[in-house]
Design a binder for this molecule. Structure first.
Ligand code: ATP
Ligand code: MG
Length: 568
């Protein structure tokens, strides 16, 4: 890596201290929580993680790591209807892949079901919770609006004994789902709607993936989350801005629960949203179930497993998260910044190779038949330590179809009859003829001569041409399928279009499959997820389903500027 690149990349990846980090520093300085830092990452196992979650993960684990604390992984499994063990495994794999470790602190909200249930009984005994027999719609109606007070439920003043009896029978399974709920008795006239006697337990008869059929009542997320933080001794509970209005409610529960000084401190930050993307698990599930993508790990998905399969590295994702930072304002981040981050990362570490995506045959008519030369090429100009490789050169080659034109427009400096180009790492060739399919108009073969003195070490080695092309030797090349991905949506903000379904904005050209690509022979040894720069074309990654007999490459991202750089 050159000094210059190194300095730049270090500078770019060094974030300013976020307001959250400043709070943590100040808390430590004041000696709060005996100088301990405990954070948690609390996914609900109802889908695969997406890059938005990576923003929370980098903060939760990153702050704990940086300030000598620990970060718990806690699955918020309060809703047995939407949750699945498949999701738990994938979440763990993705967090590890990003480079974080929760040690043995893998927890589940369901670990605390007994304590939460006891706490609910305690609230009932203290006259702070009651069973409501009204249907959900009525409860919701009585809650009022932000500008008008709520109406108290006729069941609000039930006796403690009756509430205890009913709640215990709810849990024994004596009542139907939806027939009764347990509500906290707080304040039906609070300006904060969430404080208007929120539902804290509901009847659900679906078995739970961890507790089986033990429970017939389940706590609502709002009743579980803050208390779980408290049970675990979490000091800084970092979450996204939409939970800001929930904070008074969480505080109210902790006020009823806490015995000493300690309480978790909740701090909210802005969600990650990306242009041309949807970020909610529910919407992503809709794409998977509707067959709009091939699965959660489709390389067009913003899921971590999709990005991994696309060729993104954990480092690039972490760098992107550093670049966008944490604020108090919701915004939408430009997906091109994510593409920039992966390009920067792969530029430093992806070996350069030759791959011709849309091949046309070139025959060098003055080059001997049955001769193979080897030309030596640098693997990565950014990193000498990556060495060089030998690539076979022979009489028949493939070049990119778009690099030839029969009648070129002005400023076309690539191959055309009478013009010279350099084949990268090899000779200068000049086109003198071509063969065209009369029926289709397709160019079938291009005939050139080469100048033997123009190879490295030759007398005309330094002779310049306007353009340098990539190529592969036809007899030595291997076949591959290449999948070109583009943005999944054509609209910058597919979710923000009133009265239009986000799926209307799916990009019909987000996947293009090329079956007849020709690659340099070395690539037959490529392993799943190996990453390469196909010179002049883009960054590519071997698909996990790829085999030696059926090589599949996914395009991670286009190169953009490299074409100009090589042209110089
Ligand atoms: P989704 O809306 O996609 O279902 P969620 O917030 O319901 O997301 P959870 O599994 O509950 O998903 O999230 C776990 C943690 O990740 C939470 O602390 C949440 O705030 C955070 N998180 C989720 N989405 C984002 C995002 N887009 N940006 C930053 N943090 C996020
Ligand atoms: Mg959620």
């Amino acid at each position: 890596m050159s000094e210059k690149t190194k300095n730049n990349s270090e500078k770019e990846s060094r974030p300013a201290i976020s307001f959250i980090e400043q709070i943590i520093i100040d808390d430590l300085k004041e000696g709060k929580n005996n100088g301990k830092i405990i954070t948690r990452f609390p996914p609900e196992p109802n889908g695969y993680l997406h890059i938005g979650h990576a923003k929370a993960i980098c903060l939760d684990f990153g702050m704990a790591e940086k300030y000598g604390g620990v970060c718990n992984l806690r699955f918020d499994d309060t809703n047995p209807e939407a949750e699945d063990v498949e999701y738990i495994d994938s979440i763990k794999e993705d967090i590890r892949w990003l480079g974080f470790d929760w040690g043995d602190r893998e927890y589940y909200a369901s670990d605390y079901f007994d304590r939460l249930y006891e706490f609910a009984l305690d609230l009932i005994r203290r006259g702070l919770a009651y069973v409501d027999d009204q249907p959900a719609e009525v409860i919701s109606e009585q809650r009022g609006t932000p500008n008008s007070q709520g109406i108290e439920s006729p069941f609000r003043n039930r006796s403690v004994e009756e509430n205890l009896d009913l709640f215990e029978r709810m849990n024994r399974g004596e009542f139907d789902e939806g027939s009764r709920v347990l509500r906290a008795k707080i304040d039906m006239s609070s300006p904060n709607m969430l404080m208007r006697d929120p539902v804290i337990y509901r009847i659900l008869k679906t078995p739970h993936h961890r507790t089986g059929t033990k429970w017939n009542v389940y706590p609502l997320y709002d009743f579980a989350h803050g208390q779980c933080d408290y049970f675990e001794g979490v000091t800084h509970s970092l979450c996204t801005l939409e939970f800001e209005v929930h904070r008074p409610l969480y505080d109210w529960f902790i006020d009823q629960l806490k015995t000493g000084e300690y309480r978790p401190r909740q701090i909210e930050f802005n969600r990650l949203n990306l242009t041309y993307t949807v970020m909610s698990k529910r919407k992503l599930l809709e794409l998977v179930q509707g067959g709009y993508v091939s699965g959660w790990d489709d390389p067009r998905m913003p899921t971590l497993c999709g990005l991994r399969r696309r060729g993104y590295t954990p480092e690039s994702i972490r760098k992107f998260i550093d670049l966008i930072g944490y604020t108090k304002f919701d915004a939408i981040n430009d997906i091109s910044l994510l593409e920039y981050a992966i390009r920067e990362d792969l530029n430093l570490r992806a070996p350069r190779v030759f791959g011709v995506l849309d091949p046309v045959r070139v025959i060098i008519t003055n080059y001997p038949e049955n001769v193979t030369e080897e030309v030596e090429l640098v693997n990565n100009p950014e990193d000498e330590s990556m060495g060089t490789r030998k690539v076979p050169f022979s009489r028949e080659l493939y070049i990119e179809r778009e690099d030839f034109m029969e009648t070129p427009p002005p400023k076309f400096f690539r191959l055309y009859p009478g013009n010279e180009v350099r084949l990268k790492g090899a000779y200068i060739i000049k086109c003198h003829d071509f063969k065209k399919n009369k029926a289709t108009g397709e160019i079938e073969e291009i005939y050139c001569t080469y100048d033997p003195n123009t190879r490295s070490g030759g007398s005309s080695a330094n002779r310049k041409t306007k353009t340098t092309l990539h190529w592969v030797s036809a007899t030595h090349s291997i076949n591959a399928e290449v999948r070109l991905y583009d943005r999944l949506f054509i609209h910058e903000d597919p979710m923000g279009q009133k009265e239009r379904d986000f799926k209307e904005f799916l990009n019909p050209d987000s996947l293009k499959i090329l079956k007849n690509c020709k690659l340099e022979p070395l690539l037959k040894n490529a392993k799943p997820l190996d990453k390469f720069q196909f010179q002049r074309v883009g960054y590519f990654c071997v698909d996990p389903a790829s085999t030696e007999l059926n090589l599949i490459f996914n395009r991670t991202v286009e190169l953009k500027d490299t074409w100009n750089k090589i042209k110089k």
